[in-house]
Design a protein around this ligand. Sequence first.
Ligand SMILES: Nc1ncnc2c1ncn2[C@@H]1O[C@H](COP(=O)(O)OP(=O)(O)O)[C@@H](O)[C@H]1O
Ligand SMILES: [Mg+2]
Length: 307
Amino acid sequence: MDSSALVINNLTKTYSNGLKALHGINLEIPHGDFFALLGPNGAGKSTTIGIITSLIKKTSGDIKIYGIDIDKDFVKAKTYIGLVPQEINFNTFEPISEIITNQAGYYGVTREVALPEAEKLLKKLNLWDKRDQYSRNLSGGMQRRLMVARALIHKPKLLILDEPTAGADVEVRRLMWDYLKFLNENGTTIILTTHYLEEAEHLCKNIAIIDDGKILENSSMKNFLSQLKNEKFILYTQEKVSKNLTLESRNLNIIDDHTIEVSISEDSDINSLIQDLSIKGIKVKSLKNKTSRLEELFMRLVDKNGK
Ligand SMILES: Nc1ncnc2c1ncn2[C@@H]1O[C@H](COP(=O)(O)OP(=O)(O)O)[C@@H](O)[C@H]1O
Ligand SMILES: [Mg+2]
């Protein structure tokens, strides 16, 4: 068995209107990975996912799923993949339990096998109470969860999710991310696109950043984040701070009476900053990173690419 869940080799896509969506991308995703494909709108994420799952025809390049070339044996490759597409696409007049068992049928999973599996999935995703409802009666968050349950009914080794939490509220996002974490810990390889960078930062092992159909960065999350040489913090102070407060060799941005924004470079640290403030009679009550570290690096890369 090939140890790579997915290998993409020199993939290009030009749509029929002449738009070049992918300019020869390469990716290798190991089995067991929790991989984030990140990029701004229009970067080529959905095009890539569409090609992997044969919903979109590639212009050139090769794709292997667990060692199977999708051009040679798509039927086999397909059994390895579960897809949660960006757009919700159920037959809204089908009851939920039918949506799942019908999907099982497409993969040759019998009803006897599918029924207990569907029950397990619907319970895990807090949808069991709704099993006799029509999907059109579900909230947006429930529909998102149902998309995940449907994608998993044939027990794919590789789950691909395209913006699975777009528009979902915080609670649904938490539940979804916890569930994906559980799946990954139990051996499912996960690839997702998301614009919730803070969550990607906590969950994903490896990332690629794509923009204008080109991969700008592909590394482990850890290595990528370690590039960040200075981080911006917001400090909340106990004492009032004057607009004119300065500290030697530090660039302070006084946001209001009790809030300071400051950047900590590689050769400095939070500890000495807090000491410097304390000498001025200011106690720091709490602090936070201004943005997530991933977001900071993401913005820098994408901004640079746009120039
Ligand atoms: N069917 C299509 N025909 C022509 N252009 C398309 C089509 N689908 C997507 N595109 C274009 O391809 C580029 C990549 O789109 P997409 O893969 O959907 O990006 P993302 O998912 O990263 O937002 C965009 O410029 C988009 O407008
Ligand atoms: Mg998309």
